[in-house]
Design a protein around this ligand. Structure first.
Ligand code: TXA
Ligand code: MG
Length: 324
């Protein structure tokens, strides 16, 4: 097969290109495909095909009122599904491709099932060559939640996708481990003031720096109505997780404990995983949670990260994993 120069540049070889084209055909025939993004792996379906999108909810065991993010390969495709305003355009120019999902007024082209019955929809252009080529080859926007069973940590490699939802997908495109490791930021820009519905790969500070106005947090508004995903417990490992600034044996209550964080614990953990910085802590969190579950540890004690940059998203995921 002939390789086009831009594909070589993006690091996609002939074999992968063939797989991507096959995956695009599957998307167009209403099937589900697992694919990498820069954040976590997604479980994709044609966003315009109601029946295909229903299969996503079934495969994940996801409540039908929790809307999906619509993945696009350029701003023009975004414009075919949502009403753009100047602020959204500016954010797209600044942060796309990248881990920023923008909630905007939906156009009639997007079936209600894709947007969980809301009159808005979230769009994002992922910063991953395989994902972008898949969307381009399919020629339709791809609705994709994280490719885990509902309530489990998001998958950051192809093997985990197969383990969680392997029977629901015919094909998982393997792009290796993901770069960011936590999901995209979800920002509502459909109203007067931008509101951060889910912290993620692009920080609140980055967005405020670009827009020169404050970004509201859900506590300032009505989180339950505006961000359906926050209603559900997420990212839960199979053993309990607690958060602390001051790790020691007593907190584990006599159980075999696993420590994760950026500094040394003071007690004697059964396993410890020390990350070099907050970025690495964020990138590895989901993978490490799944590893620890299988290790024989009985409880996970996680260091509370600083709430700057990716730290805000990391803390959010830890809080949800702890079920607080
Ligand atoms: O990084 C990511 O965003 C990954 C990759 C695959 O792109 N996707 C992902 O999707 O995390 P999911 O379905 O696991 O999370 C989507 C979040 C949910 O919290 C959902 O409620 C919110 O986005 N969301 C989607 N559409 C929305 C809308 N119209 N209004 C408010 N929140 C919305
Ligand atoms: Mg998810």
């Amino acid at each position: 097969m002939e390789e086009r120069p831009e594909e070589r540049k993006a690091g996609i070889n002939d074999e992968m290109l063939t797989e991507i084209r096959l995956a695009a055909q599957m998307i167009l025939s209403g099937e589900l495909v697992g694919f990498p993004t820069e954040t976590v792996y997604g479980l994709g379906a044609n966003a315009l095909d109601m029946e295909a999108v229903k299969k996503i909810y079934a495969a994940k065991g996801r409540p039908s009122d929790n809307p999906l993010i619509i993945h696009v390969c350029d701003i023009k495709m975004a414009e075919s599904v949502v009403e753009l305003n100047w602020r959204a355009r500016f954010l797209m120019d600044t942060f796309w491709p990248g881990p920023l999902s923008l909630v905007l007024k939906a156009k009639g082209t997007i079936p209600h099932v894709t947007r969980g019955g809301l009159d808005t929809a979230a769009v994002r252009m992922p910063d991953n060559a395989i994902a972008l080529e898949l969307i381009r080859a399919a020629g339709v926007p791809i609705a994709a939640p994280s490719a885990n069973r509902s309530g489990r940590p998001s998958p950051t490699d192809a093997a985990t996708v197969r383990e969680d939802i392997g029977d629901a997908v015919l094909m998982v495109l393997d792009g290796g481990p993901t770069k960011v490791g936590l999901e995209s930021t979800v920002l509502d820009v459909s109203g007067e003031s931008p509101m951060l519905l889910r912290p993620g790969g692009i920080s609140k500070e980055d967005i405020e720096g670009a827009l020169h106005i404050p970004v509201l947090l859900p506590t300032d508004g009505d989180p339950l109505k505006r961000s359906p995903g926050t209603r559900y417990r997420h990212y839960a490992p199979k053993i309990p997780l607690i958060m602390t600034d001051d790790p020691c044996d007593t907190e584990a209550g006599g159980k075999k404990w696993a420590w994760i964080g950026t500094s040394e614990p003071t007690g004697s953990p059964f396993i410890k995983i020390i990350f070099k910085d907050t970025e690495e802590y964020a990138k590895e969190l989901f993978r490490v949670l799944r590893l620890i579950e299988k290790s024989g540890a009985e409880i996970i004690i996680a260091q509370i990260p600083d709430e700057t940059g990716i730290g805000r998203a990391l803390k959010d995921r830890l809080v949800r994993a702890s079920g607080i």
